[in-house]
Design a protein around this ligand. Sequence first.
Ligand code: GLN
Ligand code: ZN
Length: 750
Amino acid sequence: MKTSVIGFPRIGRNRELKFASEKYFKGEISEAELLEVAKEQRKFNVTTQKSAGIDLISSNDFSFYDNVLDTAFLFNVIPQRYKDLSLSVLDTYFAAARGYQGDKGNVKALAMKKWFNTNYHYIVPEFDDGTKVELIGTKPVDQYLEAKSFGVETKSDIIGPFTFLKLTRFTGKTKAEDIASVLTDEYIKLVSKLQEAGCGLVQFDEPYLVRDLDAADIALFESIYKKILSNKGSVKVSLQTYFGDIRDIYDNVVALDFDLIGIDLVEGKKSLELIESKGFPKDKILIAGLVNGKNIWRNNYKATNDKIAKILDKVSEDNLYIGTSCSLLHVPYTLESETKLPADYKKHFSFAEEKLTELKEIASKDQAALNSNIKLFENRVNVLDQKVKDRVSSIKESDYTRLPVFEEREKIQKERLNLPKFPTTTIGSFPQTADVRRNRKDFKNGTISENEYVEFNKKKIAECIKHQEELGLDVLVHGEFERNDMVEYFGEHLEGYVFTEKAWVLSYGTRCVKPPVIWGDVSRKEPITVKWSVYAQSLSNKPVKGMLTGPVTILNWSFPREDITLEESTLQIALAIRDEVLDLEKNGISIIQIDEAALREKLPLRKSDWYSEYLDWAIPAFRLVHSGVEAKTQIHTHMCYSEFTDIIPAIDSMDADVITFEASRSDLLILDALKENNFKTEVGPGVYDIHSPRVPSVDEIVTALTKIRAKTEDSKLWVNPDCGLKTRGEEETTASLRNLVEAAKIIRGQ
Ligand code: GLN
Ligand code: ZN
């Protein structure tokens, strides 16, 4: 059987592209130098896949920031405000991605959203009535030719028109259906350009097909592809789906003239059933996504072979390709970079490069590889802990409920905390300057003592507290200088976790995360954050928030186990964090923030699964964490990219006292929904975007707050940025927070 890879990581084995891009943003290297680094990465990617013997390799899976934004730029879906800056094409692109503040103007970035159920974020294209769809870019063609110049024949990987239309925000009167036809024509032009360049295969990524689709969606999809497929010339077209099954549109898809169809057999719960019950056309190739593109465990060959055997009842061996379940963008590059991971662990892992070998071994029915894979699964070193299991099974229904009820707590807390109207606060982290990172690194490498490490952090905390007091913020934070990352930090202090050194995965733009791996049962050895929080609180009369990450986010941003349910893993983590909450409270911390930045992220893509498969255990797991505190202790939570308009009752039933969330990029739409749902929790809708270096003016924040006040009760409103400040520089942070505090004062005076 042949093999196919949907897409490959692009940031570089050692994050070369990240470092080069960031240098470019700072003006330290030229555009040409950046382009050269990017080219090297692309060369590495295609040649690595070729040497691994992969048959279908993608070009154009590369991006400087995001592939959806690339597609928007390819077809001229570029808001005029970015064009008006009169920058180079690349800088216009970066302005749309990151915002621009400089001598040519001052504009915010486009909105950013989570890419389906992953921790990758795409840029939301914006279409207004003045936008004229037109193929203006050449990136797919250039990158196809470039790969060829490296000796690699590739398929061109393009976000399909249906998914593109579904993800685009239409801000004027024009709707997706109105431009579908013109857009399709431009896609057809692109296909013929690719054909002229010699490209024989185009892969259209249509992950949107795994969501709930209605008749109009299906009609739209069909109208687009009927046209594309009847104009495809000699180019073969592959329809690539991922992140689930395509139950709503399977029949329509197989009836169309695609040459290849890619189906996810890892996350697609119904994929196998669809193929078995409905069959698969004899004249098409099925790319069976059997190697998990999202998790880092070795593939279980025996289980995979069982699936293959079933598929082979319906598809001939010649027509069956073994593929990844989704792009390998969501896993790290290679185990080769892991020098510290013990071999007993390492052999159970498989990153992007190792997955290439797996594809090959599965497709070639390598008997020796199969035998050793079977042994591997039989002899897994487990870290199972009966005490943890017992504790989880003894959780009572009442443990999920905090008493007294919110309204009573709210009164008690208002009295105790005695905060001004519109209290100002931040989300937790302060800029992670070079010295902060160096301190952690030196400690990790053993070049400084624990004492030196602690003293440095204490100094930073003291400065941070003083700084916040000077700014006039009302509720302070300690700054999170001890944390590399809000999840990895907790993982490192919990039993049951395993860590990597270089297993970076792209989160957005050039930002990567290094998810820890849940290896065994999770528990807390000893208090984790208490010392830092107590120290910070000792420096101020204002409340300093305890700062924790919630169980759902810890789970969602870790590589999870595959041998127990996500629910069970989450409850184990919840119990560990619950102990930490109670210890903070016992030590005099009056406000505790439990971040659930990633809560919405793993919401099933199909609405019908939202509660039964996720929220019904995720929300109680959060409640379990804080249900043990006294009424006077204020529990905050924080959520990012909060497209939670549709799950507001669930968010309210997390039963936190205050929730801060990202709102500045999403035009505050969420506030209407909060009002409609009589949201009881106090709210801090982020008043400015921290994902961009731009400093918001006082006026701008006052305007945002005025809009917010029109929709929210004053007594429930907090004033804060939309996320943690760790990725920002110190200067811009100070300037922004100064404006934020000033804006709150103005509002108080009104
Ligand atoms: N408390 C965290 C911080 O400020 C929250 C980060 C996040 O929401 N992603 O960094
Ligand atoms: Zn956040």
